[in-house]
Design a protein around this ligand. Structure first.
Ligand code: UDP
Length: 237
């Protein structure tokens, strides 16, 4: 398999074509952005952590019956994936109030939600990824009713699996963002699951082990990314 020309460069990853038109190579960068690109920086080693962590989590999710785009880890920063068409939706799952939910609804950060909260945002940087609901999705033809049902079902199942997985590593899964793509007409999990896309708090101390350290200038950013990866790697079964 050969790495060919770059197809796309995003905020944290590059995507390359390969000699197989149904496969892409994703390359993870150390670049970090927050607040819709207003804050920019570098988190040294982040690309390696996010690549390895996503690979470990996607492999585990596959074992639990969740289809993903992942084919195989190629190197520290590269992964071979199925060439999906990404649906323009960010799917956010929340167990505990934090971030924009706390601000919008006036619920103190750290308050457990009585029921898991699912949110959709329209993936559009110019508009700042506005929150939308099912009606907007169908009216704008961003996804079909069947696809949205699948996405909701997968997102809630992924939440159950990940909550348990992280708790076994003394981490509480506060919230996270997923993206799905279409491959041969089927919805599959794509993008990444990493400290860039999850809020992860130490179970005993509530220490933030995620990108909020970068967003909020809390320091020790590089260290917590390494810490999360080592907690995952040291307890792999
Ligand atoms: N998130 C993400 N990408 C985004 C927006 C949110 O990965 O473009 C993740 C974020 O890391 C957090 C969860 O989704 O784990 C919920 O984020 P929230 O809506 O609170 O937005 P934020 O406070 O991060 O702007």
């Amino acid at each position: 398999m050969q790495k060919l020309e770059q197809l796309y460069e995003g905020k944290a990853k590059k995507v390359f074509k390969t000699d197989n038109e149904k496969q892409y190579i994703v390359e993870y960068k150390d670049d970090a952005t927050a607040f819709n690109g207003e804050k920019k920086g570098t988190i040294t080693g982040k690309g390696v952590v996010n690549n390895k962590m996503t690979a470990a989590l996607f492999a585990m999710l596959e074992e639990h019956g969740i289809p993903t785009h992942q084919i195989e880890l190629l190197s520290d920063r590269e992964c071979l994936v199925k060439a999906v068409k990404i649906l323009p939706l960010e799917v956010i799952v929340r167990n505990i109030a934090a971030g924009s939910l706390s601000q919008r609804l006036g619920i103190k950060e750290g308050t457990p939600m009585k029921k898991t909260v699912l949110e959709f945002c329209y993936k559009n940087d110019e508009l700042g990824d506005p929150m939308i609901n099912d009606y907007h999705i169908f009216a704008m033809e961003l996804a079909t009713e069947d696809q949205v049902e699948k996405i909701k079902d997968y997102a809630l199942r992924i939440n159950e699996i990940l909550q348990k997985f992280f708790l076994e590593r003394n981490i509480r899964l506060i919230d996270f963002k997923l993206e799905f793509g279409l491959y041969d007409g089927e919805v599959i999990l794509a993008d990444e699951i990493s400290p860039d896309t999850c809020r992860l708090w130490d179970k005993d101390t509530d220490k933030k082990l995620d990108k909020d350290r970068f967003r909020r200038d809390l320091g020790g950013v590089e260290e917590v990314y390494q810490e999360v990866l080592s907690r995952i790697k040291n307890t792999e079964n």
